[in-house]
Design a protein around this ligand. Structure first.
Ligand code: MN
Length: 214
C-alpha cells in the first residue's frame, strides 16, 4: 500500500515535505556551534532568555536601490529555530516588484502595511490558472506552497509588506534566473524551444541575465 502511494506521489508530483516537528519546547540557535544538522544546533536551555525569542527592527525600511526596486529584510530570531516559521519585511520602491518565483518548502502569507500591492500565483499544470488580487493597507493574501507567484507595487509611493512563510528554510527559485541565468547555462536551443522563441532572442535574454548585478 505504502509503495502505491509513493508511486502516485511520483506520478502527480505530490510534495509531502514539511519542516519536522520539534521534539522539545524550543531549540534556540547556538550561534557558536559548528555542528551541522537539519536546522541549527540548540543552545543550552538553561542559558535561554526572553531576548532569544525577540527581534526588533522591522520598522526600519530596507534599501530598494537595486534592479528590481524590492528588498526583503528577514527577522533573525534565534528562538524560531526548528519551529517551521519565518517572517520578514518587504520594501517596494515605486514600480518595484518581486519577480516570478516559488518557495519549494513553504506557503506564504502577505500583509500590506503601506501602499498598494498586486499579488498573484499560478496553479500547476494543466490549468495554469492565475489568481491575482490588488491589496490595500490591512489586506492579506496567501500563496500556496510551491506555486509560482509575484508581487508588485501598483501605488504611487513606496509599499511595505510583512511576509511570513511556513518553513524555517522556504527556499527561493526565481523562474527567470533559473531559466536564463543558470551557471553553467542551459543549452540555448533548448531554452528557445521551451519558450517558443528564436535563438537570437534567447541569446539576447541570456546576455541580459549575465550582466545583472544581483
Ligand atoms: Mn514569495
Amino acid at each position: 500500500m505504502a509503495s502505491r502511494f509513493f508511486v502516485l506521489g511520483l506520478l502527480f508530483g505530490i510534495c509531502l515535505a514539511a519542516d519536522p516537528s520539534p521534539l522539545q519546547d524550543f531549540c534556540v540557535t547556538d550561534s557558536t556551534s559548528s555542528v551541522h544538522l537539519n536546522g541549527k544546533a540548540c543552545k543550552d536551555p538553561k542559558l535561554v532568555q526572553a531576548e532569544d525569542f525577540f527581534f526588533s527592527g522591522l520598522d526600519i525600511a530596507g534599501n530598494t536601490s537595486n534592479t528590481i526596486g524590492f528588498l526583503v529584510t528577514p527577522a533573525t530570531i534565534p528562538g524560531a529555530n526548528t519551529l517551521g516559521i519565518v517572517i520578514g519585511r518587504g520594501d517596494f520602491a515605486p514600480n518595484g516588484f518581486s519577480p516570478l518565483h516559488t518557495h519549494p518548502r513553504a506557503s506564504e502569507i502577505v500583509l500590506v502595511l503601506e501602499g498598494r500591492v498586486e499579488i498573484g500565483f499560478v496553479t500547476s499544470n494543466p490549468e495554469n490558472h492565475l489568481f491575482t488580487k490588488t491589496l490595500e493597507v490591512g489586506d492579506l493574501f496567501v500563496v500556496p506552497k510551491g506555486l509560482v507567484h509575484f508581487q508588485r507595487n501598483v501605488g504611487e509611493a513606496n509599499a511595505v509588506t510583512i511576509t511570513a512563510l511556513s518553513s524555517q528554510a522556504p527556499g527561493l527559485i526565481r523562474v527567470a534566473d533559473a531559466s536564463f541565468g543558470s551557471d553553467p547555462r542551459i543549452p540555448g536551443d533548448l531554452l528557445a524551444k521551451a519558450f517558443r522563441i528564436d535563438e537570437n532572442t534567447e541569446r539576447q535574454i541570456q546576455r541580459r541575465f549575465s550582466n545583472m548585478e544581483d
